[in-house]
Design a binder for this molecule. Structure first.
Ligand code: SF4
Length: 254
């Protein structure tokens, strides 16, 4: 199977089976950026509601940039990996001041935006002919083409990206792919294979990450006396821009 054949089949499959997700109804780069940042570590079902509420509250980068940092961190509650909220707030400030970047290099210059997110915003908001390589896309390309990247047909960067996202999320699953329903099955050299379980994530219970999240949740409810905090965890939150000292108390950043 050639990359061109893969693209054609996946695009055809997407036309019939693509998921209807709220951020697929917009090409606003800021809104797409918010969705991509939320989706980095959080499941789609959870992001749907939170993305909608976020865009209602802060519909533009200018609006988000003008919000107090503490409100942004508070609104991120439950999404996890809270540093993303700080980076998104900082990125909004750059967008508000300098406008929308028109290429991947411009996006990569924003806080918290790496090569994947830059390519995703360019494909999904700006219609660039590029396919961002998230784990789902990489898995399909590796299994079906033994390739590490794909060039979309002209004008199809957006659709091929969404199509590969969906195929990876619903069909070419990490451990037990559903090859029987895959549009690539008759030409895929990996058809029918099973894969070893992924390496287990380190335990969350009792971890430093859990302690950081718990302290941040306390701060969302109000200032906490420094004497009542684990100093190491407090210092980590301060380093990440998620908290600050005010006298003898720890608070969300002002
Ligand atoms: S045939 Fe199976 S392994 Fe190959 S791309 Fe489809 S789901 Fe993945």
């Amino acid at each position: 199977m050639t990359p061109e054949q893969l693209a054609e089949r996946v695009l055809c499959w997407y036309a019939a089976h693509g998921r209807d997700l709220p951020w697929r109804h917009t090409r606003d780069p800021y809104a797409i950026l918010v969705s991509e940042v939320m989706l980095q570590q959080t499941q789609v079902e959870r992001v749907i509601e939170r993305w909608t509420a976020w865009l209602e509250r802060w519909p533009t980068a200018v609006a988000l940039a003008a919000a107090p940092r503490a409100e942004v961190i508070a609104a991120w509650q439950g999404l996890g990996y809270n540093r993303r909220a700080v980076a998104l707030h900082e990125a909004a400030a750059v967008l508000a001041e300098h406008g929308i970047p028109q290429d991947q290099a411009g996006w990569r210059a924003l806080p918290g935006v790496g090569p994947y997110t830059a390519a995703a915003v360019c494909a999904l908001a700006l219609d660039h002919d590029v396919v961002p390589l998230d784990v789902n896309v990489q898995r399909i390309l590796e299994r079906a083409l033994d390739a590490t990247a794909i060039e979309p047909p002209a004008g199809k960067g957006h659709d091929l990206t969404q199509a590969l996202f969906d195929l990876g999320a619903t069909t070419c699953l990490a451990r037990i792919p559903r090859c029987e329903q895959c549009p690539l099955a008759d030409a895929c050299p990996s058809r029918g294979r099973r894969y070893e379980p992924q390496r287990k994530q380190s335990r969350f219970e009792g971890s430093r990450r859990q302690a950081r999240g718990q302290l941040l949740d306390r701060l969302r409810a109000g200032p906490v006396r420094l004497a009542d905090c684990d100093p190491t965890i407090a210092a980590l939150l301060i380093d990440d821009g998620l908290a600050e000292r005010q006298g003898r108390r720890l608070t969300l950043p002002s």
